[in-house]
Design a protein around this ligand. Structure first.
Ligand code: SF4
Ligand code: SF4
Length: 449
């Protein structure tokens, strides 16, 4: 075929139209109907305009073609402009966190007990807000605002299974220790984690700030000092179903949370048991029975960056994951944490989680120094209070986060651009608002897969 401007314009029109159509079809599979409509319109309009330009005379066609190529070249150039640099967080938190102070440990305190009295005697600042939450219906309660019997039953079944697994986080060691190189053990552990069901896996050298100072829940004695001497933390993620996450804050989100907590717990328990079979100490850290702060270990293990909403944002699923950790003395090679400035810059301009949070628990401002670390600090009390009213674990922040889109070619292309360029990040945010809405409504509220 002769390479004339007419033919090139025809080719470009077809390409743009097909790209719009492909995106629309993909969005239909994702049940994102607004995005499907926008993709069709954008592809048709842009493709149609280019097609119309073929009605011009040869000079007109050439001008349009050169302009289009100019726009393309300028866009590529923009990708490399050093705009939107963010100061990466350096170092780990200065002090260890006492697990008794986290909201989930406080929520378990029962009024009238000695533990309750002693805790609030030393922490009177939490008593009023905690008691207010205690008076609400609570998670999965039939009297809560958004619960329904079917989803609550399914979620309760998952919670019960995770609870049963809490007894299996540790166990006896094999008498003989298998010898091997750290390289071999590292490869084996990562492969095993994936084989058991993990999506991604990394290894961190455990720091004091990763470990809670005192037990607040799970096995062991409440208030006992934690003495975890393991050298490494193996962190891994399991993926949450995007359709169920988009139902947030309605019950499918909580049902999916429960299911993936089970998955993370099962993988962690199995992996820890396998390491102990090799003759090395290993403990699984699972929902309700942690000795470590899982997102911090996962970040040090190179699995992602902590964003505005306080959750780990992973490169391909964003916050739409659950994290499991196994700590061990098996000789391993640690991964390197590289602060991801693109995430911090994107979170700085995005704010979508904060703007959609029903309890205004996520800050809209800049990061602040907290416990020696520059970060966005969410308000766990108001977040949890909202959960006790609606009866679900909300997850609206996770659902609206632009990083939460499914792991496929279209969204990964955008993620690639977001990592590369500050200009692209700003454009991607505008497009996310346009295609998915600034305040995306909850979808498939009674969805059962
Ligand atoms: S919604 Fe936006 S601001 Fe919030 S964590 Fe995700 S990217 Fe960051
Ligand atoms: S879970 Fe819901 S209430 Fe809590 S921070 Fe996220 S959006 Fe806000």
């Amino acid at each position: 075929m002769i390479l004339t401007s007419f033919n090139l314009l025809l080719f470009l029109a077809g390409l743009v139209f097909c790209a719009g159509l492909a995106f629309a079809v993909l969005s239909l599979f994702e049940r994102e109907y607004r995005a499907a409509g926008m993709g069709t319109m954008a592809g048709t309009a842009a493709g149609g305009l280019i097609l119309l330009s073929t009605l011009l005379d040869q000079n007109g066609e050439k001008i349009v073609l050169v302009s289009l190529l100019g726009i393309l070249a300028a866009s590529i150039l923009f990708l490399f402009l050093p705009l939107g640099r963010a100061t990466p967080e350096r170092g780990e938190p200065a002090n260890q966190v006492d697990e008794r102070d986290i909201i989930f440990a406080r929520a378990r305190l029962e009024p009238g007990t000695e533990t309750y009295r002693q805790y609030y005697q030393t922490h009177p600042e939490y008593q009023k807000i905690d008691d207010t939450s205690r008076r609400q219906p609570g998670l999965l309660d039939p009297g809560a605002r958004l619960t329904d019997p079917l989803h609550s039953a399914a979620t309760a079944a998952s919670f019960a299974l995770t609870e049963a697994l809490r007894e299996a986080v540790d166990g006896p060691l094999a008498l003989d220790q298998t010898q091997g190189s750290p390289q071999d053990f590292t490869q084996t552990v990562k492969k095993l984690a994936r084989y058991y069901g993990a999506l991604d896996c990394g290894i961190a050298i455990l720091q004091p700030a990763h470990i809670y100072s005192h037990i607040g829940r799970g096995s062991g004695t409440y208030g006992e000092a934690i003495n975890l001497s393991h050298r490494f933390g193996i962190a891994f993620t399991v993926e949450m179903n995007p359709t169920m996450v988009r139902a947030a804050p309605y019950p499918p989100l909580t049902m999916e949370s429960g299911k993936q907590y089970v998955e993370a717990a099962r993988v962690a328990v199995q992996l820890a048991a396998a390491i102990r079979e090799l003759g090395y100490p290993a403990r699984a850290h699972i929902d309700g029975n942690y000795r470590v702060i899982a997102p911090l270990v996962a970040r040090s293990a190179g699995l992602g960056e902590i964003g505005r909403m306080g959750l780990l944002l992973t490169p391909r699923q964003g916050p739409r994951v659950r994290i499991g950790v196994v700590t061990t003395d098996l000789p391993l090679i640690a991964d390197t944490y590289r602060p991801d400035e693109s995430v911090l810059d994107f979170c700085r301009i995005c704010k979508k989680c904060a703007q959609n949070c029903p309890s205004q628990s996520i800050p809209q401002g800049e990061r602040q120094i907290d416990n020696g670390v520059l970060r966005w600090k969410i308000k766990p009390e108001s977040c949890y209070h909202y959960w006790t009213i609606v009866g679900t674990d909300c997850g609206k922040c996770m659902a609206v986060c632009p990083y939460s889109h499914p792991d496929n070619w279209a969204h990964n292309l955008v993620r690639w651009g977001i990592r590369r360029s500050g200009v692209f990040r700003r454009a991607a945010l505008l497009l996310d608002d346009l295609f998915y809405g600034k305040k995306p409504p909850a979808r498939d509220r009674s969805f059962l897969p």
